[in-house]
Design a protein around this ligand. Structure first.
Ligand SMILES: Nc1ncnc2c1ncn2[C@@H]1O[C@H](COP(=O)(O)OP(=O)(O)OP(=O)(O)O)[C@@H](O)[C@H]1O
Ligand SMILES: [Mg+2]
Length: 310
């Protein structure tokens, strides 16, 4: 099945910052290919949400962008991945690390120094920056993430949400143009998950970072993404504006849970309780649709006072 493509908001006149052409990859100890002739272009400033059932190849795709594949995972590799003009397969990981940041699902995996500030400084120290430059950047990142009070704490004592912020700080100090997050909220409670997603969006808006986010919680991330890509069995099956994909794709076929708001809106519109043309993806959107429907039919207006019911 060819991917369904719908309009995108990003600036298509510029060269893509990430260009994946006909990428296939098989881990050396596996019989089958995980990525199958996958092609994808991502433009600077996009926020890409990647979804798909467990094992479909999402993390493998991310590894192919940051260089872990093919540099650290042996296997059969064909096709080409170019990030910010660097061909990943022929560029050293140390150089790629100045362009692409990677936040693991479990921040424990990338926090290993004795204090938060040393941890954030780690990547810069490897770039042989002066002490003054490093201090300035670390202080900047602590402020951007609102974690200055944690500077001297031991990372292993922090909560998962705090660790996630430290990991993100360690990435943005490097000035990378692309930030990859593999299930960044999976260990977080709903409140902290929302906070981290808002923070990621703010980093995008303020620093212009291109974001690739793999996330099962579509309800949280589809609101900030400009593209939702659904992967199945190593191939892209949907690629488009999240609203369009969520309302046109049969996501359950691909093991993806549709957000509760979308499910509710589909039920309400099938009963003609909201417009059949509506496609809310946030509770505020849905409240607006319900209010509009209630006031247009002049019933329920008093009881449906918009956001209170969501
Ligand atoms: N290092 C590895 N060596 C061999 N096989 C691997 C390796 N990493 C992943 N795989 C296999 O590749 C396939 C895709 O794995 P991948 O981690 O990319 O899936 P995913 O979509 O990220 O899944 P999840 O949602 O569970 O994180 C799976 O069958 C997995 O078992
Ligand atoms: Mg994964």
């Amino acid at each position: 099945m060819s991917p369904v493509s719908v309009e995108q908001k990003s600036d298509r006149s510029t060269k893509p910052i990430i260009r994946i052409s006909n990428l296939s990859f098989r881990y050396f100890d596996s019989d089958s290919f995980v990525l199958k002739d996958l092609s994808l272009e991502i433009h600077s400033g996009e926020i890409i949400l990647i979804a798909g059932k467990s094992g479909c190849g999402k993390s493998t795709l991310l590894r192919a962008v940051n260089g872990l594949i093919p540099h650290q995972h042996a296997g059969e590799y064909s096709g080409k991945v170019v990030v910010d003009e660097l061909e990943v397969a022929s560029t050293k990981m140390s150089l790629l690390a100045t362009r692409v940041g990677y936040i693991f699902q479990n921040p424990e995996n990338q926090i290993f120094m004795f204090s938060v500030e040393r941890d954030i400084a780690f990547g810069l120290e490897n770039l042989s920056k002066t002490t003054a430059e490093i201090r300035e950047k670390v202080n900047w990142a602590l402020d951007v993430l609102g974690i200055r009070d944690l500077a001297l704490r031991a990372p292993h004592e922090l909560s998962d949400g705090q660790k996630q912020k430290v990991a993100i700080a360690g990435s943005i100090v490097m000035g990378q143009k692309v930030l990859i997050l593999d299930e960044p909220t999976s260990l977080l409670d709903p409140y902290t998950a929302t906070t981290v997603v808002q923070l990621i969006k703010r980093l995008h808006d303020e620093l212009g970072i291109t974001l690739l986010i793999v996330e099962h919680r579509l309800d949280l991330v589809s609101k900030i993404a400009n593209r939702l890509i659904v992967i199945d069995d190593g191939k892209i099956v949907y690629d488009g504006n999240p609203r369009n994909v969520l309302y046109s794709a049969n996501l359950s076929l691909y093991g993806v849970n549709e957000p509760t708001i979308v499910r509710m809106a589909k039920l309400l519109s099938s009963e003609n309780l909201i417009s059949r043309n509506s496609s809310p993806i946030s509770s505020d959107d849905l409240a607006t649709e319900i209010t509009a429907a209630a006031s247009s039919t002049k019933i329920l207006t008093d009881s449906f006072s918009s956001k209170k019911i969501i």
